[in-house]
Write a new protein. Structure first.
Length: 169
């Protein structure tokens, strides 16, 4: 497959949170939230969460299981290889949002057995695009995402970027 930078594969947003056990310590909570308006599998929400509170296993919540799986097979699976495993169960959940990007906002996922509510605050200027290159079967694709400046600043401060990502200011 050749790279087509003009091919749109999704429209949506993907804020995420990573909490560490002290400066440079191990990641204790990793949450990647998706609000998708358009994708080949339709729109919806997905929350991928891994935490020491849930035995360091990935838990996936979604109101569109086909979309959550599509993300795992493509974008999310390339951003985090552990999430390319589609044997991870997807739990049906309802989603709602409170707040706004000026001050804070909370995305809430409610399933039959859990409620997860990540909150973002002290939000910096967003970075508007990243190139994602994959060595998987998809070979290579370009996408435009909107990431929170707060998260990307923390990567820049540590001098690292997630595998395959290069932030473009």
């Amino acid at each position: 497959m050749s790279l087509d930078p003009n091919r749109l594969i999704l429209i949506g947003e993907n804020p995420f949170i990573r909490l560490r056990d002290g400066d440079g310590g191990a990641i204790t909570i990793n949450a990647s939230f998706w609000r998708i308006l358009i994708s080949p599998a339709g729109g919806g929400h997905a929350l991928y969460r891994k935490s020491d509170l849930i035995q360091d296993r990935w838990k996936v919540y979604s109101d569109n299981i086909a979309m959550a799986r599509w993300l795992q097979k493509t974008v999310q699976g390339m951003l985090n290889e552990e999430l390319s495993d589609t044997s991870i169960p997807v739990t049906d959940a309802a989603f709602d949002k409170t707040g706004d990007a000026r001050d804070f906002w909370t995305e809430r996922a409610v399933s039959h057995d859990a409620e997860v509510a990540p909150t973002w605050y002290d939000i910096g200027e967003p970075l508007n695009s990243v190139d994602v290159l994959s060595t998987s079967a998809a070979k290579c694709l370009t996408l435009v995402l909107r990431h929170l400046g707060l998260v990307m600043r923390s990567f820049a401060a540590e001098g690292e970027h997630p595998t395959g990502l290069a932030a473009i200011p």
